[in-house]
Design a protein. Sequence first.
Length: 322
Amino acid sequence: MSKDELDIPEHLRPDPSEWSFDIDDAMARIVTLRSHVPADAFTSRALGTEREGSGVVIRDGLVLTIGYLVTEAEAIWITTADGRVVPGHTLAIDQETGFGLVQALGKLGVAPIELGDSEALRIGAPVFLAAGGGRAHAVSGKLVARQPFAGYWEYLVEDALFTAPAHPSWGGAGLIGPDGKLMGIGSLVLQQGEEGRRLDLNMVVPVHRLSPVLNDLVTLGRVNRPARPWLGLYATEDDEGVAIASLAPGGPAENCGVRTGDRVLSVDGAVVTDLAEMWRAVWACGQAGATVKLKLGRQRGSREVAVVSADRTSFLKHPRMH
């Protein structure tokens, strides 16, 4: 996305007079990230090989972002608000929260931002979501909801934050609260309502999900506990329940006979009617490697399939250093 495409209309930008802290100083802690991923990487087909977004400096040289921007990246460039470009590398990806950490390989010269109390942030609170590049790349708005968010890629945040109006470059953007502290990291844009009355929202991962795992991510590159079972499928939900939209090539589900178009009726005996129920039931089966029993609906009835799950990270390219 070019600079002109990213510029936010003046009336949507944060007004310094409406905030009790220096908003330009807060936005100086937000950087732009560009990453290059090899063409043969597991995620390149879905996410591309050239990815761009933002991140927030939370420790000296340590940038917090959303993981999909830097997953399997072989090269990362960090651009500060004053135009300095520094190489970086992926330090860690947390598959459960979706957070990613990038370590700068040179001097950033950017002071870290303080992490806020995202659990205490109330509905209606004024916030702004800022991409790298200063006030012209920030959207002022409010927290409009906090509720579970289930993603089709075997992902669930139990207390995601939703903000409006939506930012056009949400990936890795920093959500700044009314006290000037970091409340979350932008992940997605979602549409609510019908045409003519549609409201675009950003889904933001709250930073209180980072605190319990940060030290593990920094020292080990992942959380120090067994990985969740991963099936390698992409699912959608509708009024009739959950259906398989596609399968990860060579993944556990494909290898065990799951087909695109199958409807998931139950997981390990538990009836599932939406994505959140499905992922919770899958993860309740144990750790990666556990057998997950799916009851699938097809045109000619139903069948049961036993999927031997895997650790998602075993399919990904790993950073060259830690």
